[in-house]
Design a protein around this ligand. Structure first.
Ligand SMILES: *[C@@H]1O[C@H](CO)[C@@H](O)[C@H](O)[C@H]1NC(C)=O
Ligand SMILES: *[C@@H]1O[C@H](CO)[C@@H](O)[C@H](O)[C@H]1NC(C)=O
Length: 330
């Protein structure tokens, strides 16, 4: 099946938004790379291409959700900024009372428009009728709901000398980072879809859709779901487009590191049977520059040592870094 997260939509009817959709997808993928920078699976390019998306793991669920969210987000922004002819801010509630002491006013982000275009383009890629297509569509929707769940209300004060006796408020998208953070939590809580295989095998395709719908019915729309367990992502598996963690950088010390980052060497190296190797590189740059009248600048060369940590094979370990305990048949 021709299927790709990078849209082949240039030939299709929705040409008007194709460029914005592409930008939105790309921002989703960049956010994925940021969110998973210190995970064993680090959102490799292979994960966003047909081969990587053939599976329906916890990780592909994230790729679908963040891409659908990215498209909705970008189109919503485009709308508010007046980039597009046929949409603008949502002013439908302006002037109405929103709550105690505040009225709707200003430019509320028009999320319905972004949502609609995301459905058309992103969900439109999903042509199958099988459980994988149903799971992908569910995860796309969960991504769009993440955009809604992170909307915020911004208010401005009015009244005598900004006394704030009256406020006007509008809804605004959060930074895309917030949506990435939100979906990263959903990824860690993702649920495996439990499909009744016996019923599935016995039924015809209409029955099967019923079986899938029943399984999906028990899961909230906001949750990410998957069908297959993930590999451990330690080892290289070229046919799955996975490169393993050997050679990956990890971080150990540093004041502003989160707990998750501080454990990255354990997670990427030790738990994958690899050791942590310290790599020192010397970087030479100009320093102590002095200006001499007129007109010369003299500098010294200063060298600075940069320390990095990377995962490396253990001595005496096999090609994948796992200690050889069992010598199987040759
Ligand atoms: C929509 O926004 C994106 C990102 O800001 C931008 O690259 C794109 O050109 C915009 N689309 C239009 C039609 O202006
Ligand atoms: C790669 O993954 C596939 C599918 O899970 C599996 O069948 C195959 O044995 C793996 N290859 C290696 C080298 O681990």
């Amino acid at each position: 099946m021709a299927y790709s997260i990078f849209w082949t939509v240039f030939a299709c009817a929705y040409l008007t938004y194709a460029r914005s959709v592409q930008v939105g997808t790309q921002s989703g993928i960049e956010e994925c790379k940021h969110q998973f920078a210190w995970d064993r699976w680090n959102c490799p390019d292979s994960a966003t291409q047909p081969k990587g998306l053939r599976r329906a793991t916890r990780e592909t669920s994230f790729v679908h959700a963040i891409s659908a969210a990215g498209v909705m987000y970008t189109l919503t922004r485009n709308c508010s900024l007046g980039d597009l002819d046929n949409c603008g801010c949502d002013v439908s509630k302006n002037g109405k009372v929103g709550g105690r002491g505040w009225l709707w006013g200003g430019c509320s982000d028009n999320i319905e428009f972004g949502e609609k275009i995301s459905r058309q383009y992103v969900d439109g890629q999903e042509t199958g009728q099988d459980s994988r297509a149903a799971v992908n569509l569910h995860n796309n929707e969960a991504g769009r709901l993440a955009v809604k769940a992170t909307l915020k209300r911004i208010c401005r004060c009015h009244g005598m000398s900004e006394s704030c006796s009256v406020q006007t408020c509008w809804t605004q998208l959060s930074d895309f980072r917030e949506i990435g953070n939100y979906l990263k939590v959903k990824h860690s809580q993702a649920q495996k879809l439990d499909i009744d295989k016996t019923r599935m095998r016995a039924g015809n395709s209409a029955d099967n859709r019923g079986v899938i719908a029943d399984a999906l019915g028990s899961i909230a729309l906001t949750e990410l779901i998957y069908l297959e367990d993930s590999p451990d992502y330690c080892r290289t598996n070229i046919s799955l487009g996975l490169y393993g963690t050997e050679g990956r950088e990890c971080v150990q010390h540093g004041e502003s590191l989160t707990q998750w980052e501080k454990r990255s060497c354990r997670r990427l190296c030790h738990e994958c049977g690899l050791r942590v190797e310290e790599k020192r590189t010397e970087v030479v740059s100009s320093c102590n520059c002095k200006f001499h009248w007129c007109c010369k600048v003299n500098c010294e060369d200063c060298s600075q040592v940069i320390v990095k940590h990377v995962c490396a094979k253990r001595e005496g370990a096999d090609g994948h870094g796992y200690k050889r305990r069992y010598r199987g048949p040759k």
